[in-house]
Structure formats: C-alpha cells, structure tokens
Design a protein around this ligand. Structure first.
Ligand code: DO4
Ligand code: MG
Length: 275
C-alpha cells in the first residue's frame, strides 16, 4: 500500500488501483498511529481513478521536519574518516560508529525538499558534492514508524571534511534534500534484504552506480527514532533519513544536469536533476 502526494491531492495505491483521498489533509493523515488499518479499509468507500488523471508527483511531505542519522554504515564511516583526515576530525566518525548514541542532525524544512523529478542543488561554495541515497522513515508524533520513502541527503564533502563543525552548512541549504516518489505504508519493518541502489547519469552515460542492502546498516531504525524523540517533540510527525551506505569514489563530484536515480525495493525510484 502506497501513499502519493500529487497535483490531484493525496492518492492511495492499493492492489494496482489508485484512489484519491480528499477526506483530510496530508498532515492529519500521516499523524495517525493507525494509518495502515485506516487506509486498508478506505477503498471500500472510494472510487478508483485513472492513472492519467495524475500529471505529476509532489514530495510526500506536509509541514514535517526532516532529520537525518549519520555514520550508520561502515562505508560512510570510512568515507568520512578519509575526507576529514587532514582536519583531524576522522576520529569522531570512528567513535560515533561504535557509540551507543547515534549521530542525528537536522536536515531540512519542507521548503528545502525537492519532489520526484524536481531539481536538487549543489552549493555554489562547494567543490565536492554527492547525493546520499537513504531509506527515510515516516514517523508519527508518538514516535511510531508508519511508512517508508526514499531520501536523498545531498552533501558537500569538502565543507564537512574541512571541519566537522561545518556539518550544518554541508547538509542544510535550499533543495539539499529530496523525498519520494511514494510512501510505502507498512506495519512491519522493511526486510533486511531490501536493496538501495544509486545511479548517476551524466549525458546519457552512467557515471556511477552502486548498491547496498539494509542489513548492512549498523543501527536499528527503531533505536534511531527512540534517540530522536528524547526530549524532542514533533506535533505533525517527522521524516528521518537513516544514513547512507553508498558513497561514490573520492574522484567523483556532482555536476549540473546530472540525473540522480535512487531505487529502494518496494518503494520505487526517486529521480532528480542537479540544477
Ligand atoms: O557525519 C556526517 C554525516 C553522515 C551522513 O549523512 C551519512 O552517513 O549518511
Ligand atoms: Mg547522509
């Protein structure tokens, strides 16, 4: 079962049919702890619409904040230690990878988030930029994970590598995040074999491709949520990106017009253009 935000409002996909949900706003819907059960019975009361009625998809976000976890995969720990070795920051990444407390940081407000086929940005003052393909959790105000989508945690590696204290500048700027295309609504955690794939296409040629699976993640999503919600409230819920396990080689940096394609099993493919 998948939720979409579209030019025609919120739509539910169930058993290959698409149903418009005009009954309540996005925020009211995604704050429900019983979202799965609630949506499961909806088709009994709704008429399916033709897919052609949808001309484009929007980022599946209302007023939620987007947060992110870092260094949750060995590949990310490794890449960060490398990029910050000259600034003396490398040790921090190693320590957080093994510490009970995860790295959690604020990533984006809704206006900084691009939707499917929207433009994501590289900073004008950065020289080394990468996308970070991540599983994103959709979490209710009470801390329940009710859905999963794809997140792109766009990052400026040179800025973060210069000094770990520059992390907010490396991570938070206009169109530094993308979400979509759908939110998979599920009562169960995503299976460990779930694959995350990244492909970066430059002028029709694949410039980089990589993949990982969720079982390579060091942390349990529920424990990331537990830390995030400690002394921290989210009246309309929030999204939490769970970290990247795919980092292109150090010789790679994004360029304008690159197409970033992130695929996660059972969620879909999030496509964005650098621009
Ligand atoms: O420690 C910096 C950020 C790490 C991150 O965004 C990731 O591992 O995905
Ligand atoms: Mg990240």
């Amino acid at each position: 079962m998948k939720l979409y935000r579209t030019n025609r409002g919120t739509c539910l996909e169930l058993d290959s049919h698409l149903y418009p949900i005009d009954t309540e706003p996005w925020d009211a819907l995604v704050t429900r702890d019983d979202l799965y059960e609630y949506l499961s019975t909806m088709p009994d009361r709704l008429a399916a619409i033709d897919r052609n009625a949808i001309s484009h998809l929007l980022a599946p976000i209302g007023t939620q904040e987007v947060w992110a976890a870092g260094v949750t995969y060995f590949r990310s720990r490794d890449a960060r230690m490398q990029e910050s070795k000259n600034s003396g920051g490398g040790d921090f990444y190693d320590r957080v990878y093994d510490a009970p407390r995860p790295e959690l940081f604020f990533k984006a407000t809704p206006h900084r988030v691009a939707g499917p086929h929207g433009k994501v940005a590289i900073r004008d003052d950065a020289s080394w930029s990468v996308p970070e393909p991540e599983l994103a959790l959709m979490i209710t105000p009470s801390g329940r994970i009710v859905g999963y989508t794809i997140g792109n945690d766009m990052s400026s590696r040179d800025i973060e590598g210069e000094n770990p204290l520059y992390l907010p500048q490396a991570k938070v700027y206009d169109r530094s995040c993308a979400l979509g295309p759908s939110v998979l609504i599920s009562e169960k955690p995503m299976p460990p074999a779930t694959e995350i794939k990244l492909e970066i296409v430059r002028r029709t040629k694949t410039e980089f491709a990589g993949s990982t699976t969720l079982d390579a993640m060091k942390r349990d999503p529920a424990s990331l949520v537990e830390y995030l919600y400690r002394n921290n409230s989210f009246p309309n819920g929030c999204f939490l990106l769970t970290g990247t396990g795919i980092v292109p080689p150090d010789s790679f940096t994004l360029e304008p017009k690159d197409e970033i394609r992130i695929t996660i099993t059972n969620i879909g493919t999030l496509v964005n253009i650098v621009g």
